[in-house]
Design a protein around this ligand. Structure first.
Ligand code: ARG
Ligand code: GLU
Length: 682
C-alpha cells in the first residue's frame, strides 16, 4: 500500500501551467476542486470558448476582453509605457490618470498589438519529418527550421492578420503550432493616476499586504468586417467571439480560481546543479551588485526631486528583479530544493542503469561544471560594466552615427533621464566589484593595464568622465557620420569596446557551445524524467504561450507567528496613506470618497494559489463559472521560487479584485458609461 503510494507521485496541490488544448487531461481534477464548466468551455476550435477572450498584450503581458465592443483590461504596469508616451507636462496621464469620455477621445498606440489565439496544434511529427537519430544537432535544427517555416507560412496564408509560430515544449521533445489573430489598432481608454495604479510603488512590489490598483483599460479596433487592420479613423470596435462577464458576487477563502494567461519562463525540470547555481551563486552575487546600485541611486534621488523623477523608472526596473531574486534564493533554501533534487537524481541514476538515459545526468553535471564559471563571469559583466550608462551611450551613438535623427532622438531621451554623479559613483562601485570578484584567469588585460596606468578605479573614472565627449549632450548631438574616428577613439567608447571584445572572444564561444550541449542533454533528461515517473502528469515550462493555472483563494504564513489573510480593502489604503511618502500618497479624491463613509470594506486585492510567473501580468482571474473576479499582477516574494519549484504552502499570486476596478471607473474616473457595456453576474 505504502509502496504503491510512493510510486504514484501526484503533483503538489495547485501546481502547474497547463496547455489549454490538452486541458481535458486536467478537467477531472479541476472539477474535483470546484470548477463548474467543461474542457470545451476553456478551449475549443469549434465554438467560442474562454480562450477567445484572452490576449497576449504587447509582447510580455496578458489582457482580457470584457465587452462585446472590444473593451480590454490589463495591468497599469503593462499599459505604463503607452500611458507615458501620451503624457506631457500639460497632460500628465501617469500622474493624473486618463479617462476617455467617449470613443473619439480614446488614444491610439503605435506599436501596440494584441494577439488572440486561434488554435494550437501538436505538430511534433510534422516538425521532425525527415529527421533521423543518426543526424547531427545542426542537421536536426535545420530540418526543424525548414519544416516550421512551411507550417507557419501555410497557417498564415489562411486569413487576414494571422501570425503563427512553432514552439518547442519539454526541451524539444514536443512541438506545437500556435496561430494568432493580431490586432494593431488598440486604443487607450482609461488609467487611474499612478498614485492608485502604482500605489505602494517599489516599497510594496512583490509584497503582501498589497493595495495596488494595477489596471488600465484599452479597446481593440477592427475594420468594418471585424478583421485586424492598421490604425484608421474608419475602424470600429472589435466584436470578440467571447468576452468575460464580471462577477459581482465577491470571493471567499477556499473558492476555486483559475488564471488564463501567458506565463513567460520557468525552469521546473532542471538539475540540482542548475538550482544551486541560481540560488547559491548567481542570485546572491547579482543581488549584492544591485544593492550597491540601488543605494547609490536612492542617495541622490532623496536629495533632489528632479533626480527622483529621472531615476524612478530605472530604479524600479533594477529593484523588480532584485527583490524577486531575494525571494527566490530564500524560497529555494527553505524548500531544500537542491537537496530534494539531489535525492531524486540519485534514484534516477539507479533507474537509468541499463536504459537509454544512463549517463545523461553525469553528462549534465560535467557540462555545468565546465560552463558555470564562464556563465558567472558573463553575468557579472552584464551586472557591472554593462550598467555604466555613459559607456552604453558611447556605444549606441557610435554605432548609429549614420542615422542622424535616430541617434539624436536617443541622445535626447538619454540625457532627459541622466544624472552624471550617479553614473560616476556606479562606475567606481561596479568596476571595483568586477576587479575584486572576477576570477583572475578571466580578467581582461585591458582592466589590468588601465588599473596600472591610472593607479586606482577612482582615477580611471576621473579620466574617462573628464575626457569623454559623451558627457556633453551638445557634443553628442553634433556628431555626424564624419566623426566616426573621433567617436571610436573616445575613452568611454574604447572602454565599452575593450570589455565587449573580451566577452565576445573569451566567454561567449565557450558559453554558447556548452549551452547548446546542455540543451541537447536536457532533451534526453526531460524525456527521461517523464519515463521515470510514468504516473505523474507533466506540464511544459512556461514560454509565453497560453496556459491555464488553477487553484483557490488562500492566505499563507510567511514566517512563524504570522498569518496573512487573503484579502485587502480600501481601509488598508487609508491606513498606508501618507502625503510625505511618495509611494503612499493617494489622490485627495480617494480620501474624500473614503471620508464620505461606507467604503471601508471595498475589496482591493486578493491572494490565490495559482501557479503564475512574469507574463501573467494582466491575466484574467476567473471563478468556477468562468466569470471575471480579478486581474493578476504579481506574486508574493516569499514564493517567487515557483519559477523553479512550487510550494503550495507559500506560493501565491496577487490579483486585483475586479470590484476595485469598477470602483475606480465610477468614482475616480467618473467614466461610469463604461460599465454600461459590461455584463455583470451576481
Ligand atoms: N512585480 C511585478 C512584475 O514583476 C510588478 C512590477 C511593476 N511594479 C513595480 N512597482 N515596479 O512585473
Ligand atoms: N508582475 C509580473 C508580470 O509583469 C507578474 C509577477 C510574476 O508572477 O512574476 O508579469
Amino acid at each position: 500500500m505504502l509502496l504503491a503510494l510512493a510510486a504514484f507521485q501526484p503533483l503538489k496541490a495547485d501546481e502547474g501551467m497547463w496547455l489549454p488544448a490538452l486541458i481535458s487531461e486536467r478537467i477531472a481534477d479541476m472539477k474535483a476542486k470546484g470548477f463548474k464548466l467543461s474542457a470545451d468551455d476553456i478551449y475549443s476550435i469549434n465554438k467560442a470558448s474562454l480562450k477567445d477572450a484572452v490576449v497576449l498584450f504587447g509582447s510580455g503581458c496578458t489582457g482580457e476582453l470584457v465587452s462585446d465592443q472590444g473593451l480590454l483590461f490589463t495591468n497599469h504596469h503593462c499599459g505604463y509605457g503607452y500611458i507615458q508616451k501620451h503624457s506631457s507636462v500639460e497632460h500628465d496621464y501617469l500622474k493624473d490618470g486618463f479617462w476617455a469620455m467617449n470613443r473619439s477621445q480614446e488614444l491610439p498606440n503605435k506599436g501596440l498589438s494584441v494577439s488572440f489565439l486561434e488554435y494550437m496544434e501538436d505538430v511534433t511529427s510534422k516538425v521532425l519529418k525527415g529527421y533521423k537519430p543518426s543526424m547531427s544537432e545542426r542537421q536536426r535544427d535545420s530540418i526543424i527550421r525548414v519544416n516550421s517555416q512551411r507550417l507557419t507560412a501555410a497557417a498564415m496564408a489562411k486569413g487576414k492578420g494571422l501570425n503563427a509560430n512553432v514552439e518547442g515544449l519539454y526541451y524539444g521533445n514536443q512541438y506545437f503550432l500556435f496561430v494568432f489573430k493580431v490586432f494593431k489598432d488598440v486604443r487607450l481608454v482609461g488609467a487611474p493616476p499612478s498614485s492608485i495604479g502604482k500605489f505602494g510603488g517599489d516599497t510594496d512590489n512583490w509584497m503582501w499586504p498589497r493595495h495596488t490598483g494595477d489596471f488600465s483599460i484599452f479597446r481593440v479596433y477592427a475594420d468594418k468586417e471585424n478583421n485586424p487592420a492598421e490604425y484608421s479613423e474608419e475602424n470600429v470596435p472589435y466584436r470578440p467571439k467571447k468576452f468575460f462577464k464580471i462577477s459581482l458576487g465577491g470571493v471567499k477563502e477556499g473558492d476555486f480560481t483559475f488564471v488564463y494567461g501567458c506565463p513567460g519562463s520557468t525552469k521546473e525540470y532542471v538539475t540540482s546543479d542548475e538550482v544551486r547555481y541560481t540560488a547559491e551563486v548567481s542570485d546572491p552575487q547579482k543581488i549584492a551588485l544591485r544593492t550597491q546600485r540601488l543605494d547609490i541611486q536612492k542617495k541622490y534621488m532623496s536629495q533632489n526631486q528632479a533626480v527622483r523623477i529621472q531615476y524612478s523608472s530605472k530604479n524600479a526596473s533594477v529593484a523588480n528583479a532584485w527583490k524577486k531574486w531575494q525571494g527566490e534564493e530564500k524560497g529555494i533554501k527553505k524548500m531544500k530544493t537542491v537537496e530534494s533534487k539531489k535525492a531524486y537524481e540519485k534514484r534516477f541514476k539507479e533507474w537509468a542503469k541499463g536504459n537509454r538515459y544512463n549517463g545523461v545526468l553525469e553528462k549534465l553535471e560535467a557540462l555545468y561544471a565546465e560552463r558555470n564559471p564562464y556563465f558567472l563571469a558573463y553575468e557579472y559583466y552584464t551586472e557591472t560594466i554593462r550598467t555604466i550608462e555613459l559607456l552604453n551611450l558611447a556605444s549606441n551613438v557610435t554605432s548609429h552615427l549614420r542615422s542622424f535623427d535616430a541617434k539624436n532622438n536617443y541622445t535626447e531621451s538619454f540625457f532627459k533621464d541622466y544624472y552624471q554623479p550617479i553614473d560616476e559613483e556606479i562606475f567606481v562601485a561596479m568596476v571595483t566589484s568586477f576587479n575584486n570578484n572576477m576570477e583572475e584567469r578571466f580578467k581582461p588585460q585591458y582592466l589590468k593595464d588601465a588599473l596600472k596606468k591610472y593607479g586606482s578605479v577612482e582615477e580611471w573614472k576621473e579620466y574617462i568622465f573628464k575626457n569623454s565627449l559623451f558627457t556633453d549632450k551638445a557634443k553628442v548631438l553634433a556628431l555626424t557620420e564624419k566623426d566616426l574616428d573621433k567617436a571610436k577613439s573616445d575613452p568611454a567608447f574604447e572602454m565599452f569596446e575593450a570589455f565587449y571584445h573580451w566577452y565576445n572572444s573569451e566567454l561567449r564561444p565557450t558559453i554558447n557551445r556548452l549551452n547548446s550541449e546542455i540543451r541537447v542533454a536536457y532533451r534526453d533528461y526531460m524525456q527521461g524524467q517523464m519515463d521515470f515517473e510514468k504516473n505523474k502528469q507533466f506540464y511544459p515550462d512556461a514560454n509565453l504561450t497560453l496556459r491555464v493555472a488553477y487553484g483557490h483563494i488562500k492566505g499563507f504564513s510567511p514566517a512563524d507567528a504570522i498569518y496573512y489573510k487573503p484579502f485587502s480593502t480600501l481601509k488598508g489604503i487609508i491606513e498606508k496613506d501618507n502625503p510625505d511618502i511618495f509611494d503612499y500618497n493617494i489622490p485627495q479624491k480617494l480620501r474624500d470618497i473614503y471620508a464620505e463613509g461606507g467604503h471601508e470594506a471595498q475589496p482591493v486585492c486578493f491572494l490565490a494559489t495559482n501557479h503564475t510567473t512574469g507574463g501573467n501580468s494582466g491575466s484574467p482571474v476567473l471563478d468556477a463559472n468562468g466569470n471575471l473576479i480579478g486581474i493578476n499582477f504579481d506574486r508574493v516574494w516569499e514564493g517567487t521560487m515557483s519559477d523553479i519549484a512550487y510550494d503550495p504552502e507559500i506560493c501565491r499570486n496577487i490579483s486585483l479584485d475586479v470590484r476595485y476596478v469598477l470602483f475606480n471607473i465610477e468614482h475616480i474616473g467618473g467614466a461610469k458609461y463604461l460599465l454600461d457595456e459590461m455584463v455583470f453576474v451576481k
